[in-house]
Design a protein around this ligand. Structure first.
Ligand code: IMP
Ligand code: MG
Length: 182
């Protein structure tokens, strides 16, 4: 397991870079929604660390909501099918909603989430992602706040996993997912 991880010195995005950028995002969001209340929607599990740190950089009255999806290969379709594990929909109606994602890759998860949240009649919906991997996009999505644009490599740390591991790394690094994780 250890051997897959590059040393902390080889982080693609360091703890300091994360802290600085998240502070900037928090300030921007606080300014854009000045004098308003906001519902922050955390997309479990990958966004948890980003969500917790970003929330503390936003100086607005906030509500927290949590959603979780799962995706699996469906042999009848060329792409992965996405389903809800947790729909957490109590605080969406007539409210300003900001979705907090770890990474937007193909865009399929986000468009699925947007479709669901829009049926709950929010006042507005915007999207904030820590990482954006535009080279892999299959479904167009319009992102309102982006932490970092990243190349087409597999990333772990700061919430992002490989086979549910590495989420607790305080920085973001690259692994080769073709290596054996066990
Ligand atoms: P999308 O539906 O393809 O945009 O997938 C987004 C989800 O795929 C993210 O929320 C992650 O769970 C996962 N994902 C995409 N790229 C990476 C990566 O580089 N590392 C870890 N997880 C990733
Ligand atoms: Mg995720």
């Amino acid at each position: 397991m250890e051997k897959l991880i590059t040393s902390p010195n080889k982080a693609l995005i360091t703890e300091t870079q994360l802290r600085t950028r998240i502070r900037e995002l928090g300030k921007q969001i606080s300014k854009d929604y000045a004098d308003q209340e906001l519902v922050l929607v955390c997309v479990l599990r990958g966004a948890t660390l980003f969500f917790a740190d970003l929330a503390r950089e936003i100086s607005l009255p906030l509500r927290f909501e949590f959603l979780q999806t799962s995706s699996y290969n469906d042999s009848t379709r060329p792409s992965k099918k996405i389903e809800f594990i947790r729909t957490g929909s109590n605080y969406i109606e007539h409210r300003d909603v900001l979705i907090i994602e770890d990474i937007i890759d193909t865009g399929r998860t986000l468009s699925f989430l947007l479709e669901h949240l829009n049926t709950l009649n929010p006042k507005s919906i915007k999207i904030c992602t820590l990482l954006n991997k535009p080279s892999r996009r299959e479904v167009p999505v319009s992102i309102d706040y982006t932490g970092f644009e990243v190349p087409n490599v597999f990333l772990v740390g700061y919430g992002l996993d490989y086979a549910q591991m590495y989420r607790n790394l305080p920085y973001i690094t690259v692994i080769d997912p073709s290596c054996d994780a066990t």
